[in-house]
Design a binder for this molecule. Sequence first.
Ligand SMILES: CC(C)(COP(=O)(O)OP(=O)(O)OC[C@H]1O[C@@H](n2cnc3c(N)ncnc32)[C@H](O)[C@@H]1OP(=O)(O)O)[C@@H](O)C(=O)NCCC(=O)NCCS
Length: 404
Amino acid sequence: MSFEIRPMGPDQVGDFLIPLSAAFGMPITPERIARVRSMPELTLRLGAFEGSAIVGAAGAFSFALTVPGGAALDISGLTMVAVLPTHRRRGILRSLMRSHLDEAHARGCAVAALYASEGSIYGRFGYGIASLSAEVELDRARAAFAGPPGPPAAARLVGEDEAAAVFPAIWDAVRRATPGMLTRSEGWWRARRLSDPDWLRGASGPLQRVLLSLDGRPAAYALYRFGRPFDHGAQPVVLEITEAMGTCPVSTRALFRYLCDVDLVAGIRAAQLSIDHPLRLFAADAKCVRTRVHVGVWVWLVDVCAALSGRAYGEGAPLVLEVEDAFCPWNRGRYRLAGGIAERTAAAADLALDVDALGSVYLGGLGFAELGAAGRVVELAPGALRRADALFRGERAPWSPEIF
Ligand SMILES: CC(C)(COP(=O)(O)OP(=O)(O)OC[C@H]1O[C@@H](n2cnc3c(N)ncnc32)[C@H](O)[C@@H]1OP(=O)(O)O)[C@@H](O)C(=O)NCCC(=O)NCCS
């Protein structure tokens, strides 16, 4: 039997979650439905229907993404992709992707992004790995910091409402300076970060929300919890950090000092720090900071011209890129990048690459030389890989601190 892709309304969230429930094994409850509905970012819900039965689904969030130079571009963030196990490998994902990308293109989004459950699924459509993230673990007993202590910071545990009032300004200050970070609505803050319902907590301890002030002004926050309740030392407790943001090096250092000083814990673990996070350099014993690198956000350039013209660049001579995009043919062609503006051109190309490789370098996360060494970019003019890196590499590694 054939299937049809149809948009679904907010009142159909219960049905929309059916494929996700089957694919990821999570129950559909009134609380989960209310949580999904409370995020205004979820602007697109697509269902794949076989007759009246839903057999697949995909959603898209509307965010603004910080790109190198500090501009915030409207993007489509693909999410909640699932196909019933009874209907896999019949082209349903491919059809959902077609609708997602066509919708993003029609809506004028120059960029789409996602987090992938498996790394082998999305490259074929045009998504490339655009950032990496660092999972960091530290033994508390070895967590002395190098150098003199900074100025005193006042730490205070706050409730959900105060956190909702104060934390977003700190997030936004970091977000504006960091490629890869996304805007958040108040609904998102509450549903995804600050609320702490029993049904989502599992065996972990309650969520702690700490605010640090410097000179009386809010300067950093963290969200963390005990990975398991303290049981009189029978099992070591790890402090699990969901998010830790400081507006400057001083407040970031003070925040991690606070987190490393919480009593009764054996270690701290931060699942998603930036790859260039200063924690390793705060530590007196750099080897005590254990880091595992993970794939972060994936980016696809829905409109190559608009996306390339939307970010800032380093110094360098004009560059001509020959871009191939098998899934979205409107992107195919040759682009000349000069003075921060991309235009179609007939000039000879310096580099040839697929659109997924262009997504990988877009935020400055991966480099052209790196991709060239892996055979993912072809250098047609001598020195073009180095020239391209000088243009695209930013001051900071892109960071996307939350899986969506
Ligand atoms: C992953 C999933 C959505 C794929 O759906 P599907 O309808 O079976 O996929 P399609 O039949 O449209 O396949 C499209 C292409 O992706 C490939 N593909 C599909 N699932 C894949 C996987 N898990 N790993 C690698 N490739 C995959 C197919 O081989 C096909 O490739 P081709 O067109 O180049 O031959 C589905 O298996 C699923 O729901 N899995 C569990 C939940 C999940 O992982 N969701 C993704 C969240 S990010």
